[in-house]
Design a protein around this ligand. Structure first.
Ligand SMILES: C[S@@+](CC[C@H](N)C(=O)[O-])C[C@H]1O[C@@H](n2cnc3c(N)ncnc32)[C@H](O)[C@@H]1O
Length: 271
């Protein structure tokens, strides 16, 4: 994947990724908004946090380097504003130019805070300042592989128990890295993250990179089927995870499971 000078990658997958990301955020905000309304009707009794929390661990500059289309921080900030809910965004990037661009972009919005650094270094101080147990989303979208061990440790923090984990990564890249270092499978890594339910979707069907979204939750909501998501313990989700999990050689060595079929890509017109 080509990577621009500021570390933000761009590929044929990017427009699909941003479209799908926009839908995910839209649905997510709608669900949290409904939960909040219920609490409002009960005069906030038991409301676990004051604001919708969005953490972007790998924010980029706010725009795609090629198309100038809005990237994840702008997509979320715009949709959160429209939702009418109070929100707080923590935007992290290791690249100083990206952080500077984000600071300029969000200069007028005190609800968005920007940090320059490695997310592994910055996040513990952010999380230690969270009050209550807010609902929200934390997003990992590095160009390389997400740090699954770090994500597993971070997810144990009680303040994040209601913050869902969204990961965008290339399953092919993970399998390659695994072949070299004999590391764990994707499935084994997911088991270590403190989220009980995982939805999976392939972003661009047929892409050799197998760009994938994973969404980890601690509650069971209706899967985002129209967007191609399925829970990994459903038939279709199991098939998707199998494809993302194993190399060709491994598939030959383990008992056959059902192959991916055309209908596994329903909903996004990308079969
Ligand atoms: C693919 S871009 C993110 C694009 C963004 N999600 C969007 O939608 O526009 C990946 C970004 O992650 C940053 N990054 C990668 N690893 C990081 C890390 N460990 N800590 C902080 N930033 C990181 C890179 O500098 C790059 O800007």
């Amino acid at each position: 994947m080509p990577v621009a000078a500021n570390g933000v990658g761009f590929s044929d997958n990017t427009p699909n990724k941003q479209r799908l990301f926009g839908h995910i955020v839209d649905q997510h905000l709608a669900v949290v908004s409904k939960i909040r309304e219920k609490f409002l009707q009960n005069h906030y009794s038991g409301w676990p946090g004051t604001e919708y929390l969005y953490i972007d661990a790998t924010s980029g500059s706010g725009h795609s380097p090629e198309t100038r289309d809005a990237g994840s921080p702008l997509i979320v900030a715009e949709q959160a504003r429209r939702s009418g809910m109070p929100y707080r965004c923590h935007l992290i990037d290791r690249n100083a130019d990206n952080a500077e661009t984000l600071r300029t972009t969000f200069a007028e919005d005190p609800r968005c805070e920007v940090y320059c650094g490695e997310y592994q270094d910055v996040l513990s101080s952010i999380v230690s300042r969270i009050r209550g147990r807010p609902y929200g989303l934390i997003y990992f979208d590095p160009n390389g592989q997400p740090d699954f061990d770090f994500i597993a440790r971070l997810s144990q923090h009680p303040a994040l128990s209601r913050v869902d984990v969204l990961i965008h990564f290339t399953a092919t890249g993970l399998k390659r890295a695994r072949r070299i270092a004999e590391e764990d499978t994707l499935e084994a890594r997911l088991h270590r993250v403190n989220k009980q339910h995982w939805m999976i979707a392939q972003v661009t069907a047929g892409s050799p990179w197998q760009w994938t979204f994973l969404l980890g939750l601690n509650y069971r909501m209706k899967p985002y089927e129209k967007m191609g998501f399925a829970y990994i313990d459903s038939d279709r989700g199991e098939r998707l995870l199998y494809e993302m999990n194993y190399t060709k050689d491994e598939k030959c060595a383990i008992p056959a499971r059902r192959q991916l079929i055309l209908s596994d890509f329903v909903g996004r017109g990308v079969a």
